[in-house]
Design a protein around this ligand. Structure first.
Ligand code: BEZ
Length: 210
């Protein structure tokens, strides 16, 4: 069955470069960025894993942690690690699942047989501390992902979980936000005393208090 937003992220136990991962237990009360890459010793994947290592402090600021996956065996992951550090300047500092038996890739639908019948595509799942799937992205093997976008959506999810707002196109942390359509003007007066700019009755922009 295809995973959809709001579903509980399937739990699993699998080998990784950091030992056996029991996924839900490993997550604890943090957000997880679970992402697959097609293959070890390939150029795009090497750049992506270096970038995710570089961004570790950004994930930590958001109470989030990353975990990668490919269907390569653990020995390959370990042998490849040196290339990531040498070429990208950042050593692998998060677990890389060795999903040689395809247990996790099948659970999460990371193999798209009409694209490639054996390797994983570039999937991303953002999972919240309640273990609910909150974002699903799928990229082709030839296109490296933009992990700034994943941080941006994490910011949006964490904001809109706590405030009755939504975030507009190309929003980034600190920009004006949209008052949720479910909020009446009377409620908005209470919630957003700083006021708002009513572009239409359904598009009301406001600045968030710091
Ligand atoms: C890469 O990471 O460079 C890559 C992997 C699989 C297919 C194409 C490119």
């Amino acid at each position: 069955m295809t995973l959809q937003l709001g579903d509980t992220a399937p739990d699993f136990s699998q080998d990784s470069t950091s030992g056996t991962i029991n996924f839900h237990e490993w997550m604890g009360d943090q957000w997880a960025i679970l992402f697959s890459h097609p293959k070890d010793f390939t150029p795009v994947c090497t750049t992506e894993l270096g970038e995710v290592a570089r961004l570790k402090p950004e994930f930590e600021k958001r109470n989030a942690k990353a975990i990668g996956l490919s269907v390569d065996p653990l020995d390959d992951h370990h042998a490849w690690k040196g290339d990531i550090e040498q070429t990208q300047g950042h050593a692998l500092n998060f677990p890389l699942l060795a999903d040689a038996d395809r247990k996790v890739s099948q659970l999460y639908g990371m193999i798209h047989p009409n694209a490639n019948d054996t390797l994983t595509v570039r999937s991303v799942f953002v999972i919240d501390p309640k273990k609910k799937v909150r974002l699903i992205l799928t990229y082709p093997a030839s296109a490296g992902r933009n992990f700034q976008e994943i941080l941006r959506v994490l910011d949006s999810l964490q904001l809109t979980d706590n405030e009755r707002v939504a975030t507009p196109v190309n929003w980034k942390d600190g920009d004006d936000v949209i008052i949720a359509p479910s909020v009446s003007n009377e409620e908005a007066n209470e919630l957003f005393p700083q006021g708002w700019d009513e572009k239409t009755p359904y598009l009301r922009m406001t600045k968030l208090k710091k």
